[in-house]
Structures are given as structure tokens and as C-alpha cells.
Design a protein around this ligand. Structure first.
Ligand code: DC
Length: 228
């Protein structure tokens, strides 16, 4: 079974996806972490995104994988866990930029579909229900107002010891929203058959209850269909 969760940054996708994966015993797939790992390598190697040859060489020589170890997400880039290095504002912006490129999307689409073969998954991202797993049994589009999303992201950054100005976080979030929604390839948008959940005024627990109810309904329907 595949559960697809799409939506803009800061809407609560990770919190929801991790919770569902834990409760249902599914694998958690953070697809944004794949784009972030690649962005980190682009930044570390100083690759110009307009330099097609260098970008192609980087894509061909980079191994990215996701694992879970003792309940924690491990993001492997060339065999090294970079999970602690990919959450900076600089990597967020670069991940958004590299994710608009055709060669990058093609490479990571293949990787995501391979990871999806490992069993039942809860995958979160921008194009999971529309492109990566269009046949997913459950599709959620999790949204929230940009002001609320920026407030949450700012809290996370501060809790991480990275003091940030709310106005700057808001500006960066709006810029990333615009780039992710307006790009030509697999832009952020709600799949026609996705259920939209707005988390602006409800907490993570309430969102999880709404979505778990939906998952249980779909599971029952799938079991019924598989039996008959
Ligand atoms: O979910 P996130 O903030 O970690 O994602 C980082 C960037 O990666 C995001 O700005 C757009 C891109 N992304 C994407 O294009 N498609 C996905 N399925 C996941 C992320």
C-alpha cells in the first residue's frame, strides 16, 4: 500500500508521515531529503546549475539512499549520513532550484520508484500523488496558510539553535513555494483524487486522526476488493 502526502513546506507533512509510518508499520520515505542530499553535493562541489556537463557528471557519480536506523531517518549521500547537514535554509533553496531540472527529476523519479518497491510506504513530497505514485491508495494534500507555516519553520530553526527572523523565513518560504508551484516539471499541485487537509487551525494530533481514519477506510475497501 502506498500513502502519498504532498503539500508545501511547513504544512506538517513530515510529522504526519512519520506518525502514519510508525502506527501502520510502513516505511517512511522523505523524498525532499533526496533533493536536499543532491543539493548539498552541488553546494559542496560548487557546481553551476547552468553547466549541464558538470551536473550530468555529478548525477552519474552520486549515490543517494534512505534508511531507517533505530527509528531515525538516515540519508546516505555517497555512503555518508548527511541527515544533519541538509536542513539549512541554504540547502532548502538549492534543493528547490535543482528540483526544477529535468535530469534531476528523471534520476530521482527512478530512485523513488525503486524505494517504493521495498514494501508499504508513506511517501511525502510535492509530486507523489501526481507523478511518482499516481496509483497510490491514499493521497493527501496537506496545506496551511503561509504565515502559519513560516511561524512553525521559524520555531524549528530556533529549536535547532539557528536563530532566524520570522520575516526572512516567510520571505524564503514564499520564494520556495513560488518556485516549486510554478516550475514546468511536476509542480506542486493537488492530485485530482487527493483529499485536502488544512492544518492551519488544527494540531498535528487532529491531522493524524483525520488521516488515519481515511487510511483505515481505504484499507478496508482494498481488503474487500482483494478478497472478492
Ligand atoms: O520537502 P522539502 O522541503 O524537504 O523539499 C525540499 C525541496 O525539494 C522542495 O523545495 C522542492 C523539492 N521537492 C520536489 O520537487 N519534489 C518532491 N517530491 C520533494 C521535494
Amino acid at each position: 500500500m502506498i500513502i502519498a502526502i504532498d503539500g508545501p513546506s511547513g504544512a506538517g507533512k513530515s510529522t504526519l508521515a512519520k506518525r502514519l509510518a510508525r502506527e501502520l508499520g510502513f516505511t517512511y520515505m522523505d523524498t525532499g531529503a533526496l533533493y536536499r542530499a543532491l543539493a548539498l553535493k552541488v553546494l559542496r562541489q560548487g557546481v553551476d546549475l547552468a553547466d549541464d556537463a558538470r551536473l550530468a557528471a555529478l548525477l552519474g557519480s552520486t549515490a543517494i539512499d534512505l534508511r531507517e536506523e533505530r527509528g531515525k531517518l538516515v540519508v546516505l549521500m555517497d555512503g555518508q549520513d548527511v541527515a544533519g547537514d541538509i536542513r539549512t535554509p541554504e540547502v532548502s533553496q538549492m534543493a528547490s532550484k535543482v528540483s526544477a531540472l529535468k535530469s534531476v527529476r528523471a534520476r530521482l523519479l527512478e530512485l523513488q520508484r525503486d524505494l517504493g518497491k521495498r514494501g508499504s510506504v508513506v511517501a511525502e513530497g510535492r509530486d507523489i500523488g501526481t507523478v511518482v505514485f499516481p496509483a497510490a491508495e491514499v493521497k493527501i494534500f496537506l496545506d496551511a496558510s503561509v504565515g502559519e507555516r513560516a511561524r512553525r519553520r521559524n520555531q524549528e530553526l530556533c529549536a535547532d539553535g539557528r536563530a532566524a527572523q520570522l520575516a526572512e523565513t516567510l520571505r524564503e518560504m514564499e520564494e520556495r513555494d513560488r518556485r516549486d508551484s510554478e516550475r514546468d516539471l511536476a509542480p506542486l499541485c493537488q492530485a485530482a483524487d487527493a483529499v485536502r487537509v488544512d492544518s492551519s487551525a488544527v494540531d498535528a494530533e487532529q491531522v493524524a486522526v483525520i488521516v488515519l481514519n481515511l487510511v483505515n477506510q481505504r484499507k478496508a475497501r482494498k481488503n474487500y476488493r482483494d478478497r472478492s
